[in-house]
Design a protein. Structure first.
Length: 426
């Protein structure tokens, strides 16, 4: 059969099904799979070879799917623009460009806005040619960055979907190759897609999308994310109520053959004197099957020579109500925020409720703040600043805890009157 006599739907729907199957397989494919990479490259080649055979229905489906992915990506980061700024900051540090880190927040707002807007306008078929070319440029950039991520691993997580869906660098690279195939379909079909809406309607959709999403991002930045994808979300228990036992593994090496074996500690033949004479201890590995929602180590002090005790569980698992004031950087904290927070916790102390501060700043700075804001009676504890940033997107911010459960989160701008805190509701 002559190739030109094939119905257009056969190659176009075949490529669509291959692309969708590849996308669905990503969570189940092992990292560094040459076979899967080969499939994705073939998919890209098929798109190029069959560029004249994409039916209009396939183009509409692909346009909608690509738009939906861009919308989800923009929304998941736009709901937490500060978290995205942290991610951009990490990238700039990893790429040896610290002089640009001051633009991290601006970059976060811009990236999230462009992604979301491109997605909405693709779905609505607004300025299709321009949107497709912009999406192609973005995907070229994202693909190059994630290729470097899998080769050099400068960051452990690219944050392409914020904290809503955390995937590995390899999964991100595979995902981008699938999107590249979809964008190629749209690029080759861009002259066949027309918009029948009046230009003023297209303009109205574009302007409304930009204005509303900028307002959405600004609200989430000024206050707290309207959808919290962090581990410390309201209602979350930071430690399991019935934890599974931690498994301890020991590795031993045979002195004669050099062979190494790993044993579960309970199965290790310590009572066999002959075995002990032949095998030498190498290392120990602990496996904790329990989810680590808290993901933080809280210390009494921050000095390297005397860090104090790790009080994480003792602090977070207290049975009574505890107001934890997270302020990762005391120098960068809003002065008005510190004043409001200090007044709030003093009132709570008078009402009989415990409060403590958690920071990554040096002890000397903490002592200065305690004197400046009359907080000498309140304990200050210390943790890594990345871990504190992952608690709440406010500096300072307040977390109400009880028995390792997060009951409520407040940013400093919307602190309630102390007498209005309804403890009975918790």
């Amino acid at each position: 059969m002559n190739r030109t006599s094939l119905p257009a739907w056969i190659p176009s729907y075949g490529i669509l099904l291959l692309t969708l199957a590849a996308a669905a397989a990503i969570p189940f494919v092992p990292e560094k799979s040459l076979l899967f990479l080969g499939v994705l490259v073939l998919d890209l080649l098929f798109c190029i070879v069959n560029r004249k055979y994409f039916s209009y229905s396939v183009v509409v489906i692909v346009r909608t799917l690509v738009g939906a992915v861009f919308v989800f990506s923009g929304f998941s980061k736009g709901v937490d623009p500060l978290g995205t700024a942290y991610q951009i900051h990490d990238y700039l540090e990893a790429y040896n460009m610290p002089w640009l880190t001051g633009l991290s927040l601006l970059g976060s707002f811009a990236l999230n806005l462009v992604e979301f807007t491109v997605g909405v306008l693709l779905i609505c078929n607004v300025r299709f040619k321009f949107m497709v070319r912009l999406a192609a440029l973005m995907m070229l950039f994202f693909t190059c960055v994630t290729w470097y991520d899998v080769v050099a691993e400068p960051v452990p997580d690219c944050g392409c979907f914020g904290k809503a869906w955390v995937i590995t660098n390899w999964q991100t690279f595979y995902k981008n190759l699938v999107l590249d195939a979809c964008v190629l379909v749209l690029l080759f079909a861009q002259n066949r897609v027309k918009s029948h809406k009046p230009p003023r309607v297209d303009l109205g959709i574009a302007v409304a999308t930009v204005v509303l999403f900028l307002g959405f991002e600004s609200y989430n930045y000024r206050y707290l994310p309207v959808v919290n994808f962090l581990d410390w979300k309201e209602g979350e228990r930071l430690f399991p109520e019935n934890p599974l036992p931690v498994a301890h593994y020991l590795t031993y090496r045979n002195q004669a053959t050099g062979e190494e074996k790993e044993y579960l500690m309970e199965d290790c033949p310590f009572s066999d004197a002959g075995w002990l004479a032949e095998w030498t201890f190498v290392s120990r590995r602990d496996f904790d099957p329990n989810p680590k929602k808290a993901n933080i180590n809280i210390l009494e002090k921050s000095e390297e020579e005397d860090p104090g005790y790790d009080i994480t569980r003792d602090l977070l698992e207290r049975e009574g109500f505890l107001f934890l004031i997270a302020v990762y950087d005391l120098d960068a904290a809003d002065k008005k925020g510190l004043e409001k927070t200090a007044a709030f916790v003093r009132r709570m102390r008078e009402a009989g409720y415990e409060s403590c501060f958690l920071t990554a700043s040096p002890v000397e700075k903490a002592e200065s703040i305690r004197k400046e804001y009359d907080l000498t009676d309140f304990p200050f504890y210390y943790a890594d600043n990345t871990a504190i940033k992952a608690i709440i997107r406010s500096n300072p911010g307040i977390v109400l805890l009880k028995s390792a459960r997060v009951l409520k989160l407040w940013d400093w701008r919307r602190l309630p009157a102390p007498e209005c805190v309804d403890f009975a509701a918790f």
